[in-house]
Design a protein around this ligand. Structure first.
Ligand code: BTN
Length: 225
């Protein structure tokens, strides 16, 4: 059961950090950690993740049935949980109209048989700091009137449906939501460029460069706007 038991913090450092500690202590598959506010929320690539108190779904799920498709399946689930059209920037940023509404951070110890799936979904945020305004959005700003509780329940239901699905079904749902497909991208600190050409069957990003096709299985890719 995804979402049970649930541990809630009014304030914590990072729900991913709390979930990792619980996972190492042996809590069951599906255990959910939520918070109203994080003091040290973590994003991908060592970045911070911040959200005003009670404005976002901040949640981490302990998983013990692991799949290589987890990062992609989670992104599909987030899209399906939203009552508006959403797309995915590889591997798993969720965008509405070109702005990021949700981020996903998977951290794990596969050798110990667990992973933590962290999701931050901007729900009620009314205004972002100036530097984020061009690239970030919230459900509220997109005209979606969900509470954080409602949004969390929709996320949990969608995760329960998508996480067990086989890779071919996850990829078939991910590919039509690919926000990068056919668009110019840069990676390796902007030193390399090409045209995004979808994902292969392992979920790696395919990029067509002047020198041929390359696949990227980790790291950060930037869309040239
Ligand atoms: C990203 O897009 O960089 C991933 C952001 C993930 C943020 C969420 S918020 C809940 C969970 N706890 C964390 O510390 N991070 C994730």
């Amino acid at each position: 059961m995804i979402g049970t038991p649930r541990v809630h913090f009014r304030l914590t450092d990072s729900t991913n950090e709390r979930a990792r500690t619980l996972a190492a202590a042996g809590v069951p598959h599906g255990t959910l950690v939520t918070a109203d506010e994080q003091q040290a929320g973590r994003g991908r690539q060592g970045r911070a993740w911040t959200a005003p108190p009670r404005s976002a779904v901040l949640m981490s799920v302990v998983l013990r049935d692991l799949s290589e498709m987890l990062p992609l399946a989670a992104a599909v689930a987030v899209c399906e949980a939203l009552p508006v059209a959403a797309r995915i920037k590889w591997p798993n940023d969720v965008w509405i109209d070109g702005r990021k509404v949700a981020g996903i951070l998977v951290e794990g110890r596969p050798q110990e048989g667990w992973a933590v799936l962290g999701i931050g979904l901007n729900v009620a945020t009314e205004e972002f700091p100036a530097e984020l305004r061009p690239t970030a959005t919230s459900l509220h700003l997109e005209g979606v009137a969900l509470t954080t509780d409602e949004a969390r329940e929709r996320l949990l239901a969608a995760l329960a449906g998508w996480l067990p699905r086989p890779a071919n079904e996850v990829l078939a749902a991910w590919r039509p939501r690919d926000a990068l497909l056919g668009r110019p991208v840069r990676w390796s600190n902007g030193s390399k460029e090409g045209i995004a050409a979808g994902v292969d069957d392992s979920g790696a990003l395919i990029v067509q460069t002047v020198d041929g096709r390359v696949t990227l299985d980790a790291g950060e890719v930037h869309l040239e706007r």
